[in-house]
Design a protein around this ligand. Structure first.
Ligand SMILES: Cc1cc2nc3c(=O)[nH]c(=O)nc-3n(C[C@H](O)[C@H](O)[C@H](O)COP(=O)(O)OP(=O)(O)OC[C@H]3O[C@@H](n4cnc5c(N)ncnc54)[C@H](O)[C@@H]3O)c2cc1C
Length: 411
């Protein structure tokens, strides 16, 4: 395995870093402050697109730093998962930066679904404007009434009615639902209750202005509404969409989810490593600069050791992530299930510890909005749940490990 950056990846990284230095870091505090001004209430109707973000998106597109996540020469930049890793990490250092390069969740995962499984009609109607960054999308899987870490519990229904599909049910934690440009949902629901367990659900594209859709509220996540994206609770009541909005086929929901969540999860991890690296950098700078009890804070107590521990944790997590990326590139998502679940556990837990250490070194400033550390810590906490809680991934790793020895394969 070779994890060194390829020439192409290095070239993109150099240009991306220059872009971040010139355009993103100088505006970070101002844009974050504008985001927060949208936040005080959960009334998403008042949320607006921040013009500076749109300007930065246009600049990134013009600079060829657009759709970096998509390994396609025409529609993306044709970078492998391993090549994309350092780039995603770089964008993770600033909360809103992934969107500037059209590389933000949940749109990247949704675009991947449409890219791999969408019909030509679905790709023309939704993938093209998503790739252009003109519209946003959401993913409706989790439901308030059932334990959704076991997605086979999903109760919302999809019924065929002639050349239409009728959707009913409640969803929540629909990230991005409050965004003014959110136009389409991928809805996952129960369509074939008589089939085998993992062939009962389907995915359907639903325009968000369809009759019967009611956004009930935006949830707070660790105390923030995360405007202008938000996390919504939404009711689907007799929502009728044409049969041509069905993705792939009835009963293929889990087969599609497997494809969506693999790359989606690893991209989250790559960005989280960027957050951890920035937390460490800020902790060292602050610890060197500020003095207490006659010494720089970094030299007090066990602080230097904490810095060293953070370096070890970040590097271990990065190597594990690159290993997963390499396996996805060379063997395919299906052969990287242990590695994807492993990083989904290791990376957010690592970020939780590193961002917390950095907050502590900063004292009171660490939990304020003067630094991005509190947002990173909140992000780590949420990531331990989003895309499946730690325990579900531990179960996956243990199942695959035990299967190696319970099926007679003892190599
Ligand atoms: C910030 C954020 C954004 C999200 N965005 C989206 C989105 O865009 N679209 C979407 O559909 N969903 C989204 N989610 C939902 C997320 O995927 C679910 O919260 C997650 O899958 C867990 O489901 P649940 O909340 O129903 O928890 P439950 O299923 O009720 O589980 C609760 C707890 O039970 C325990 N548990 C579960 N399984 C096991 C096990 N096998 N062993 C031991 N303990 C176990 C775990 O501790 C788990 O945290 C988001 C969540 C968050 C926090």
């Amino acid at each position: 395995m070779d994890f060194s950056h390829s020439e192409r990846s290095q070239d993109y990284l150099t240009r991306l870093r220059a872009f971040m230095d010139e355009h993103v870091y100088p505006q970070e505090k101002a844009i974050m402050a504008k985001n927060r001004q949208l936040n005080p209430t959960g009334d998403w109707n008042t949320w607006s697109v921040i013009p500076e973000i749109e300007e930065l998106k246009n600049k990134a597109k013009a600079a060829g730093l657009w759709n970096l996540f998509l390994p396609d020469a025409d529609l993306g930049q044709d970078l492998t998962c391993t090549d994309y890793a350092p780039l995603a990490e770089e964008t993770g250092r600033v909360i809103f930066a992934p969107e500037i390069f059209n590389c933000n969740a949940p749109d990247t995962g949704n675009m991947e679904v449409l890219y791999h499984f969408g019909s030509p009609y679905q790709q023309d109607t939704w993938l093209s404007p998503l790739l252009a960054g003109e519209i946003r999308s959401v993913f409706c899987m989790t439901e308030p009434d059932v334990a959704s870490s076991d997605a086979t519990n999903m109760e919302a229904t999809i019924e065929e009615d002639g050349d239409s599909l009728i959707l009913n049910g409640h969803k929540w934690w629909t990230t991005g639902l409050g965004h003014p440009n959110a136009k389409v949902a991928i809805f996952m629901g129960l369509s074939n209750p008589e089939s085998a367990k993992h062939q009962q659900h389907s995915m359907v594209l639903v325009p968000l202005d369809s009759e019967g859709i009611t956004i009930e509220r935006m949830l707070t996540a660790v105390g923030e509404y995360d405007a202008p994206f938000g996390h919504g609770q939404v009711e689907f009541k007799n929502v009728r969409v044409p049969l041509e909005n069905l993705i792939w086929d009835l009963g293929k929901g889990f087969a599609i989810a497997q494809g969506r969540l693999g790359p989606g999860r690893i991209h989250h991890c790559m960005r989280a490593i960027g957050m951890a690296e920035r937390s460490l950098e800020l902790a060292i700078k602050r610890g060197l600069q500020r003095e207490a009890f006659g010494k720089p804070i970094i030299k007090l107590g066990g602080n230097a050791e904490r810095i060293a521990q953070a370096r070890l944790m970040i590097d271990q997590a990065r190597l594990l992530t690159l290993n997963a990326a390499w396996k996805i590139d060379n063997l395919g998502v299906k052969h990287a299930m242990t590695e994807i679940s492993a990083i989904k556990i290791v990376v957010p837990n690592m970020l939780q510890q590193v961002s917390d250490m950095a907050i502590q070194i900063h004292g009171g400033a660490g939990v304020s909005h003067d630094f991005p550390l509190a947002m990173f810590a909140a992000g780590a906490r949420m990531l331990r749940l989003a895309d499946g809680p730690d325990e579900v991934h531990l179960t996956m790793v243990s199942r695959l490990e035990i299967a190696k020895y319970s099926q007679g394969d003892k190599k």
